[in-house]
Design a protein around this ligand. Structure first.
Ligand SMILES: Nc1nc2c(ncn2[C@@H]2O[C@H](COP(=O)(O)OP(=O)(O)OP(=O)(O)O)[C@@H](O)[C@H]2O)c(=O)[nH]1
Ligand SMILES: [Mg+2]
Length: 191
C-alpha cells in the first residue's frame, strides 16, 4: 500500500483577490477562516478581510491530499506569509484583474516573496468576467515576472481553481526534478 502524501500549497496575493473564496471552494470539508470586519481603507472594498489564515483540505485521490493555506492580503501581515509558506511546495498568487492597486501591490508582494520565500509560483487572474478587467496578456506584461505563468481563474469555481492548483504543483515537481538532475551526487563539504 502506498502511503498518503500530503502536499502544502500557499494561496496568497493582494487584498480582495479571492484567496479566502478559493480556499473555501476548493476544500472538501470544513475550513478554517480568520476573517474580521476591516477597520481601515479595506472597508471601502469589502465587508470582511483575513487577519490570520485560511485553511482547507482538497483530496485529489486516495494517495494525495492538498493542504491549502490562504494568507492575509494586507501588507502589514507580511510576517504571516513567511510563517504560512514553511514546508509548502508552491504558491498561487491571486490578483484582482479589475484593480490597478492589486497589480501594484502584487509587484511589491512578489519581490518580497522572491527574496524571502522563493517557492515555485503561478499567478491566477480573478474577476475576468467583470467590466474593466485587464486581459491576462496585459497583466503578464505589466507584472513582468519572467517565467511565471499568468492564468485566468474564477476563485468561486472549484474545477478552475483545482486546475490552477494542479498546474503549479506540476511546475513545482518539474523544477524539483530538474534540480535533482543537476545534483552530481557529490556531498561537498558534508563529510
Ligand atoms: N465576479 C467575480 N468575483 C470573484 C471572482 N473571484 C473572486 N470573486 C469575489 O471576490 C471577492 C474576494 O473576496 P475574498 O475571497 O475575501 O478575498 P481575499 O483575497 O481573501 O481578501 P483579503 O483576505 O481581504 O486579503 C469575493 O466576493 C468573491 O466572490 C471572479 O472570478 N469573478
Ligand atoms: Mg481572505
Amino acid at each position: 500500500m502506498i502511503d498518503k502524501q500530503v502536499v502544502k500549497l500557499v494561496i496568497t496575493g493582494p487584498v480582495n483577490s479571492g484567496k479566502t473564496t478559493m480556499v473555501q471552494n476548493l476544500s472538501d470539508s470544513q475550513v478554517t477562516a480568520t476573517d474580521v470586519v476591516p477597520s481601515d481603507q479595506v472597508a471601502k472594498l469589502k465587508s470582511m478581510t483575513t487577519v490570520g489564515l485560511d485553511f482547507g483540505i482538497l483530496k485529489i485521490d486516495e494517495q494525495l491530499e492538498l493542504h491549502l493555506f490562504g494568507t492575509p492580503g494586507q501588507a502589514r501581515f507580511n510576517f504571516m506569509w513567511n510563517i504560512l509558506s514553511k514546508g509548502a511546495i508552491a504558491a498561487i498568487f491571486l490578483i484582482d484583474s479589475t484593480c490597478d492597486d492589486s497589480l501594484n501591490e502584487m509587484r511589491k508582494m512578489y519581490k518580497y516573496y522572491r527574496e524571502q520565500v522563493g517557492l515555485p509560483a503561478i499567478v491566477g487572474a480573478t474577476k475576468q468576467d467583470l467590466p474593466g478587467a485587464k486581459s491576462v496578456e496585459e497583466i503578464a506584461s505589466q507584472l513582468n515576472l519572467g517565467e511565471i505563468m499568468v492564468i485566468p481563474v474564477d476563485a468561486r469555481e472549484k474545477e478552475a481553481s483545482k486546475m490552477l492548483a494542479l498546474t503549479v504543483l506540476g511546475n513545482a515537481l518539474v523544477e524539483a526534478s530538474a534540480e535533482d538532475e543537476n545534483n552530481d551526487g557529490n556531498y561537498g563539504d558534508l563529510f
